[in-house]
Design a protein around this ligand. Structure first.
Ligand code: DP6
Length: 366
């Protein structure tokens, strides 16, 4: 187990100049899903994801010496609005990090966060926001103490901190493809942080598309957190965790060889398994909508008619993610516009791509 506790991370307050750190971090879409956790945000099974581009969060932390007596002195602004309601979750998170980062008690933090995708699309993601925050915290550590100069160590710690904020956020740290959770075939994989996996797959996946059909913008009736907890009483839990490991082995082999059919078949099976687990939880629940099913049928029919490797996945909601290689983009986009946007709320879909991962934004001081 990594122990990042460090009582020495205390600032000399006479030396502190106010400044800021800024990061943009994307969301990611899981292919083998993380569903079920234990302990302090540890996954019951390994997962693998594609890192996205368009669905991203920009986070700036302005820091200065604390003047109030609040333990965590945070002002949080989301899309320009002061949001004490959102602030609470972040304050709690920062509080939980005090053994690792006791200097957080010495600072006034003004955090500004905004999403690069329309708020109205209803796909706000904890993966992008928690990974952006984790990266900004690592920039603070590097700036104050110079302890994260090596990029590999910086990213690993960011992934670790992101995981503590939201499990799936651990995977947003790396370009193109990430793996989180121990697996017999992947010795470097860990339950505590994600690892980069882009070099272990065919390059075709680096240019993959993920078009997100917004079937419904409504907020989920059951949060991911509650869904993870329900896995504890799920009668299929043990066999599910075993299956996830087996599927990850088959999926990574298919991704290594560029076998798009096996890749797609496993990805779709995972999406439907995730929703089957929700339906078999007690109490059971359904997050798919009639139009999610209608869109799935259309994708299957398109595949049969054209032979093109267009496959879907779902996260814990009704919206379909359509995954496909760049070579068929023109045909797929025509198909989406004519057949699928009528199934989307207000006809909205978001054209996303696999991407390079987080970037430090201008204005950040090292
Ligand atoms: C279905 O990462 O949102 O998207 O750790 O409680 O914040 P917490 O859960 P979260 O769960 C994501 C679940 C998923 C599958 C996945 O991304 O692997």
């Amino acid at each position: 187990m990594i122990d990042y506790k460090n009582p020495k991370f205390i600032l000399d307050s006479s030396q502190l100049e106010p400044g800021k750190v800024r990061w943009r971090s994307p969301s990611n879409i899981a292919l083998v899903k993380y569903w079920g956790k234990y302990g302090q945000q540890l996954p019951r099974n390994p997962s693998i994801s594609l890192t996205l581009t368009q669905a991203a969060t920009d986070t700036t932390i302005h820091f200065s010496l604390k003047k109030s007596d609040r333990e965590i002195d945070l002002d949080f602004y989301f899309e320009g609005q002061h949001r004490p309601d959102f602030s609470l979750r972040i304050e709690k998170f920062l509080q939980s990090l005090l053994p690792l980062y006791p200097f957080l008690k010495q600072l006034h933090l003004r955090m500004e966060s905004s999403n690069s995708f329309p708020h109205s699309a209803g796909i706000a993601s904890s993966a992008s926001s928690m990974s952006a925050l984790a990266l900004a915290l690592c920039s603070l550590e590097q700036r104050f103490f110079g302890t994260l100069a090596y990029e590999g160590e910086f990213m690993r710690k960011a992934s670790y901190l992101a995981r503590l904020g939201s499990g799936s956020a651990s995977r947003s740290i790396y370009p193109y493809v990430s793996v989180w959770g121990e697996h017999a075939d992947i010795p470097a994989a860990s339950n505590e942080y994600a690892i980069p996996f882009a070099e272990d797959v065919d390059k075709i996946f680096h240019t993959y598309h993920d078009d997100i059909l917004i079937i419904s913008k409504a907020e989920k009736s059951v949060s991911s957190g509650a869904g993870h907890n329900l896995m504890e009483g799920n009668p299929y839990a043990d066999s599910r965790y075993l299956q996830a490991g087996q599927r990850l082995a088959r999926l990574t082999a298919a991704m290594r060889s560029g076998d798009l059919t096996t890749f797609g078949q496993i990805t779709e099976a995972e999406a439907l398994t995730l929703h089957a687990l929700m339906m078999t939880s007690q109490p059971s629940y359904l997050l798919m909508e009639p139009n999610s099913l209608a869109a799935i049928r259309q994708v299957q029919a398109f595949r049969e008619a054209t032979g093109h490797p267009l496959y879907f996945t779902l996260d814990a909601g009704p919206n379909l993610h359509l995954l496909y290689p760049d070579s068929i983009a023109t045909e797929v986009k025509n198909f989406i516009r004519t057949e699928l946007t009528p199934l989307c709320q207000d006809g909205i879909y978001i054209a996303d791509r696999c991407g390079k991962g987080p970037e430090e934004l201008e204005g950040s001081v090292k």
